[in-house]
Design a protein around this ligand. Structure first.
Ligand code: XIL
Length: 371
């Protein structure tokens, strides 16, 4: 065959190749963009979606998932008082700094957790050189030094802080928890912690953070505390619902009532530590019983799907007061609930499974009609 007769054939083949290339490229682009769409994109018009992280999560497949799905992070442990200032005047910044630089590098916001708590707090802070309890003046001075140093260091990088964590007692007959903070300072330590944080960074939003914020008795105690802080002019911006929830609670009306109650004080709400345990709520530590099953059955999964759908429906409805929703851990590969409160009992509380694949609940959370 001559060159001339071959030409149309060649040109047809070339066009087909070209078309094929365009199609493949378009498909690749689509795959890439749908891969980059995550929770953070679905909730763009609502609130940032966060996750609690440890240093080990910041490389490999977990880091990739964080970047795709979330636009806010919280240090799971690295910013707590015992981690940051294990001895008086000895500050350990390395882990917290690494978390901040990961966030800055990837354009992710950071919530600070936390500045004053009864747990993961070093013993030295409550004791003098003689081993006895320090005075209120000394303890408040130490609290001020700690808060000032930490908040200052991350000024402009942390947009919201959990200033006081879990100060209300679980026993409804008591008001404040009988912690060392309370024993030495009375209730003043709470207002002081907010004042010190505000002085160090007047722009950061300051939160009171607690669990069971939707149980009516505890809700009223927290409301009382927040109202008294507001009445005294203490710089508190909002309340953190830890949201360590379960299939049993909260129900929709308890969740709505809590949001309405706190926001009636003009406060914002952040969901700070969300997970949905497949077991009823417990607080005392114990070992797993041999007869206890920890299998994630289809029935449990369906109930979890429904619960996640309900809570996110309510969150979206209250987008004017809810300013962040943060999950406590990334996936069921690791959750703090595998150790707490029942040692050795597996839990499946998050939206991603052990292989970091989205669970049914993920699709329920992400596929919603605009509201
Ligand atoms: C938990 C961490 O997830 C665990 O790794 C650690 O061993 C204990 O603390 N409420 C809080 C969080 O405010 O700081 C706790 O985090 C979970 C309960």
């Amino acid at each position: 065959m001559s060159r001339a007769t071959n030409f149309p054939k060649l040109s047809r083949s070339l066009s087909i190749c070209f078309l094929l290339l365009i199609t493949i490229n378009a498909q690749a682009q689509r795959a890439k963009s749908s891969h980059q769409q995550g929770l953070k994109d679905a909730y763009k018009k609502y609130f940032p979606i966060g996750v609690a992280v440890a240093l080990r999560n910041l490389h490999g497949d977990e880091a990739q998932l964080i970047k795709t799905q979330f636009n806010s992070i919280t240090a799971e442990n690295a910013m707590k008082m015992a981690a940051i200032q294990p001895k008086e005047g000895v500050f350990y910044w390395k882990d917290a700094d690494s978390i901040i630089s990961f966030a800055v590098k990837n354009g992710i916001k950071v919530r600070g957790h936390n500045l004053c708590w009864h747990e993961q707090t070093p013993d030295w802070i409550f004791k003098g050189a003689d081993g006895k309890a320090v005075t209120k003046t000394v303890l408040l001075q130490r609290l001020k030094t700690h808060i000032t140093r930490v908040v200052n260091r991350y000024k402009g990088k942390i947009y919201a802080w959990d200033v006081v964590n879990e100060a209300i007692d679980d026993n409804p007959n008591h008001f404040l928890r009988d912690s060392k903070w309370y024993q030495i300072c009375g209730e003043d330590f709470i207002a002081k912690a907010f004042e010190y944080a505000h002085a160090a960074d007047p722009v950061a939003k300051l939160y009171y953070n607690d669990y069971n914020t939707e149980r009516p008795e505890k809700r009223e105690q927290i409301y009382r505390l927040l109202k008294s802080l507001k009445d005294k002019g203490v710089p508190v911006d909002g309340v953190g619902f830890q949201a360590h929830w379960s299939l049993q609670e909260p129900d929709e009306s308890a969740l709505r009532s809590a949001i309405e109650r706190y926001s009636s004080l003009g406060l914002k709400i952040q969901i700070t530590e969300l997970d949905l345990s497949i077991y009823p709520w417990e607080i005392s530590k114990r070992m797993k019983r041999p007869d206890e099953s920890d299998v994630f059955t289809a029935e449990l999964e369906n109930r979890q799907v429904a619960k996640y759908a309900m809570v996110f429906k309510v969150f979206r409805e209250y987008k004017n007061v809810i300013t962040n929703v943060t999950f406590w851990n990334i996936s069921d590969r690791y959750s703090w609930l595998n150790e707490f409160p029942v040692m050795g009992r597996k839990n499946y509380p998050l939206l991603f499974d052990r292989n970091l694949q989205p669970k049914k609940a993920y699709w329920e959370v992400i596929n919603f009609k605009n509201q």
